[in-house]
Design a protein around this ligand. Structure first.
Ligand SMILES: NC(=O)c1ccc[n+]([C@@H]2O[C@H](COP(=O)([O-])OP(=O)(O)OC[C@H]3O[C@@H](n4cnc5c(N)ncnc54)[C@H](OP(=O)(O)O)[C@@H]3O)[C@@H](O)[C@H]2O)c1
Length: 273
């Protein structure tokens, strides 16, 4: 089911935000609407999308906010989003934010969880991008922004499958950007570090506290997203020392092996098995 009613026009490109009702998604939606972007909220839970739409309209009177209820792991869900994007030229930005995670020993992680994480974080965004490409290629200032993670660069114990999905998404982002570099469509990578959302279980939060790993608020992530949006950069990784480790890991991964090796005993203490 979808609700596509115009409240007001806007000059800024319309943003399609997947996983909009999640922690980072809600903050992104508020920040983008605040900047004057119409927003198309995508998620599986209609009541949460409706609540977000109501709060956006209350906070930003006159804004244009619509939603599409869609499970992006289903063809019918991706079809619903592609249909909405194709039908209305205002949508020129796709923010692939929907995602899932599991902190778990890889040895005992179930095949079902492995497939679900790879499907949600990698296969479904790729298939959605493929479906909306024809529409976006015909629109001015169009862009796709894939929400990655610092774990799309840094392989981290307890997150083997999640890291594989985000490394894959980063590779897809980079390759597609280069494949489309002779078109106006931009394909970009925005990578948060740990963020205070329900994606992270108590085990993750406890481990992060024990390791003194900083976790950003979703609102801070959204502020940096807007900064990124206005920049000409194709990639942004959030936070120190994460940014530094991403850089070092790209040029000399053995150094990061050593640093993370020093954390392994603590990580194992918290890692579900
Ligand atoms: N939190 C962190 O520490 C962190 C760090 C780096 C990167 N990220 C990335 O940031 C993005 C947002 O994460 P978050 O922390 O905001 O997590 P979150 O609060 O759990 O939100 C994730 C959202 O993804 C949606 N989603 C999951 N599977 C879906 C599917 N099959 N179809 C449609 N929607 C689906 C969920 O929608 P429903 O509302 O329908 O459940 C949910 O709203 C993810 O890509 C994540 O990997 C998060």
């Amino acid at each position: 089911m979808s609700e596509l009613a115009q409240v007001n026009g806007s000059q800024a490109g319309g943003a399609v935000i997947t996983g909009a009702a999640g922690g980072i998604g809600q903050a992104l939606a508020h920040a983008l609407v605040h900047e004057g972007h119409p927003a198309l909220l995508v998620g599986r839970d209609e009541s949460r999308l409706q609540a977000l739409q109501t709060s956006l309209r209350a906070a930003h009177p006159g804004c244009f906010v619509a939603y599409v209820v869609a499970d992006l792991n289903e063809q019918s869900g991706r079809d619903a989003v592609a249909q909405a994007v194709g039908a209305d030229k205002r949508w020129s930005m796709l923010v692939n934010n929907a995602g899932t995670s599991e902190f778990h020993s890889f040895e005992t992680q179930t095949a079902q969880r492995i497939e679900h994480i790879i499907q949600t974080n990698l296969v479904s965004p790729m298939l959605l991008v493929q479906q909306v490409l024809p529409a976006l290629l015909g629109r001015a200032d169009a862009q796709i922004i894939n929400i990655g993670s610092v774990f799309g660069d840094i392989g981290y114990p307890g997150f083997s499958t999640y890291c594989a999905s985000k490394f894959g998404l980063r590779g897809f982002t980079q390759a597609l950007r280069r494949e489309l570099s002779d078109t106006p469509l931009r394909v970009r990578w925005f990578a948060p570090r740990a963020t205070q959302t329900s994606l992270n279980t108590a085990a993750v939060v406890n481990m992060n506290n024990a390791l003194k790993t900083k976790a950003d608020t979703p609102e801070h992530v959204a502020d940096l997203f807007i900064e990124f949006l206005h920049s000409d950069r194709n990639e942004m990784v959030i936070g120190w020392p994460e940014k530094l480790f991403v850089f070092i890991n790209r040029i000399r991964s053995a150094i990061t092996d050593g640093a993370i090796g020093g954390q392994l005993a603590v990580i194992r203490k918290y890692m579900p098995r």
